[in-house]
Design a protein around this ligand. Structure first.
Ligand SMILES: NC(=O)c1ccc[n+]([C@@H]2O[C@H](COP(=O)([O-])OP(=O)(O)OC[C@H]3O[C@@H](n4cnc5c(N)ncnc54)[C@H](OP(=O)(O)O)[C@@H]3O)[C@@H](O)[C@H]2O)c1
Length: 182
């Protein structure tokens, strides 16, 4: 059984990065990082686009798929240990995971925008952290459909996910998390 979970921290306006593709300090938070890294420690593999990475001291140990269109289907990654480059047009997720040596278990999808959006029909759970005091006008949204007429919550609900309670991660910094489940 494969289980797919998403992890993100967004600004109040649903952004993951600024217009230049940089993640600003306003949405970086130590308590959220601890929540995120502990979640990733439990998964069989991490999946992200070529410009994303979770960082931290345990990253090199984790198996990962890195999405890129620079290859046809699957290829070794010479820059990250335990990683494969993956183009979903050429290989379905299940084949990519098999090549990575992952069968059953949970995979964590950690961005960016296009990758978060691609998995919307498949999430079993999505951990939506929010830095309520931060706004990133003109930034990059968590999902392509987020904007003046749609919040991240609207998008998750429209794909059949239901919210759990919003929990404090860092009350002083206004950072919370809610886990949405299918
Ligand atoms: N706030 C958060 O929780 C959070 C989460 C994730 C990322 N971020 C931040 O967001 C920024 C990066 O986000 P991003 O959306 O620009 O980048 P990204 O998804 O990490 O990387 C984009 C690249 O991934 C590849 N890619 C994406 N979708 C693909 C698909 N369907 N098929 C094949 N390849 C695909 C492409 O690589 P090629 O160009 O090689 O084809 C594309 O140029 C960074 O600053 C990062 O720190 C923040």
């Amino acid at each position: 059984m494969l289980r797919i979970e998403g992890y993100v921290i967004v600004s109040a306006d649903g952004m993951i990065a600024d217009a230049n593709g940089e993640m600003p300090d306003a949405i970086r938070n130590d308590a959220d990082q601890r929540f995120f890294q502990a979640g990733l420690d439990r998964v069989a593999a991490v999946v992200h686009g070529r410009h994303s990475h979770e960082g931290g001291p345990r990253a090199a140990r984790r198996k990962r798929l890195i999405l890129t269109r620079q290859i046809a289907d699957l290829a070794p990654d010479t820059t990250h240990p335990n990683s494969l480059l993956w183009n979903p047009v050429g290989a379905p997720l299940e084949r990519a995971l098999e090549a990575l040596g992952v069968g059953d278990g949970t995979i964590a999808v950690i961005g960016g925008t296009e990758v978060f959006s691609m998995f919307l029909p498949r999430y079993d759970a999505f951990h939506l952290s929010r830095a309520a005091d931060a706004r990133i006008p003109g930034g990059r949204p968590v999902f392509a459909a987020v904007g003046p007429n749609a919040t991240p919550e609207d998008v998750l609900a429209s794909h059949g996910l239901k919210p759990g309670p919003r929990r404090q991660l860092d009350a002083a910094a206004g950072v919370t998390v809610a886990t949405w489940q299918r």
